[in-house]
Design a binder for this molecule. Structure first.
Ligand SMILES: [Zn+2]
Length: 357
């Protein structure tokens, strides 16, 4: 029986980083550390994006794996990258594999989904001179990101959202909340006002490590949506598109489009997928977010709102520890069964991508 993948999953950002670097060393590849210019972890120490690559630098075919775009979701991606390396991940002849560990190290270290500026990194890749409008979010802003966390105030906020869902449908509400917004810095799914540090570092990694690529597959590891332990390869392309067909050839029934309601995700603005498509217009790009389910939707939603309240509106730190733990639990079910299931999805996704390269 193969060893359990459980041991690859980290206890926190710092330990996950160490395990990733050690796994790179054991695999005989160098990792590169990019230090965050200002942010520090709860331990007061610097934070890093680490990356590593195998296969020729001038490769025309490549696989890019990204962990921790959404901070706290990085427990999953970190465990996967370390585990794949420890189990002998290898690039097909002439192809390259690039691994990015903790694209949003602040969120990972602090158990938050957002970065150091309350920005959802996967909404940050827009033209900030002309950000997309989200009028539906604006209508609901105070109900989504409540300022008062007392039970009565939260019940009032929930009633506003429920009324919206009754009038416009649950899917429309979900989209209003999660699509991305650029006007409320203390709100949820805020895309920021400028390219974040992580955004710039991702661009640098592409320039340095994938300059010659013509065919690129990307898997960005996420958690929080869907049934506990289930996995879905979310593509931001319509089912009739060439991208969707390529994704299906690699991942079969795991593929779901966010554009037609078949995915657990609503259509989004400012995503990594859209960024890469813009930066690499001549590359045959197949980008998927491997989204694995953690807890019931209500639990995840509650954790996100409480985290937002604590970090933007709370009068003191009394509930900070409990709220941080709640966010970690919501995005990282620390159980052997869950780790086994989600590591299996990741292995399958990576094997499918490598076979296509
Ligand atoms: Zn995510």
């Amino acid at each position: 029986m193969p060893p359990s993948p459980e041991r690859y999953f980290p206890t926190d950002y710092r330990q996950g980083r160490k395990a990733f670097i050690t796994a790179c060393e054991k695999a005989g590849i160098d990792s590169i550390a990019r230090v965050h210019p200002t942010a520090k972890g709860p331990d007061g120490k610097p934070l890093f994006i680490d990356s590593a690559a195998m296969g020729p630098r001038g490769a025309k075919r490549a696989l890019l794996l990204i962990a921790g775009t959404h901070g706290v979701e990085g427990y999953f991606g970190s465990g996967v990258e370390t585990g794949l390396l420890r189990e002998g991940l290898a690039a097909p002849e002439g192809a390259r594999i690039v691994l990015v560990h903790a694209l949003n190290p602040f969120g990972f270290a602090w158990d938050r989904r957002v970065n150091e500026d309350n920005v959802d990194l996967n909404r940050n890749f827009v033209d900030h001179a002309h950000p997309p409008d989200n009028p539906d979010y604006a209508t609901l802003a105070d109900a989504i990101a409540y300022r008062d966390a007392s039970p009565a105030a939260v019940a009032r906020a929930d009633a506003v959202l429920l009324a919206y869902a009754k009038a416009h449908g649950a899917a429309k509400l979900r989209e209003a909340i999660s699509r991305g917004q650029y006007r409320f810095p203390k709100g949820l799914h805020y895309g920021g006002v400028a390219a974040s540090w992580s955004h710039k570092m991702l661009r640098a990694i592409l320039t340095e490590d994938l300059a010659r690529v013509e065919k690129l597959v990307v898997i960005d590891f996420h958690t929080g949506l869907g049934e506990t332990g289930a996995g879905e390869m979310i593509v931001e392309a319509a089912p009739a598109s060439a991208i969707y067909r390529r994704a299906q050839a690699m991942w079969g029934g795991m593929v779901a489009s966010s554009e037609n309601g078949e995915s657990v995700s609503a259509p989004l603005t400012g995503t990594l997928d859209q960024a890469l498509a813009g930066w690499l217009p001549r590359v045959e790009l197949t980008f998927a977010a491997l989204e694995v389910g953690t807890r019931p939707f209500e639990t995840v939603w509650d954790a996100l709102r409480r985290d937002n309240w604590q970090n933007n509106f709370a009068p003191d730190q009394r509930l900070a520890g409990e709220i941080r733990q709640g966010c970690r639990d919501a995005f990282y079910p620390d159980t052997p069964e869950w780790k086994h299931a989600v590591f299996g999805h990741a292995q399958k996704a990576v094997a499918g991508a490598l076979a296509a390269l």
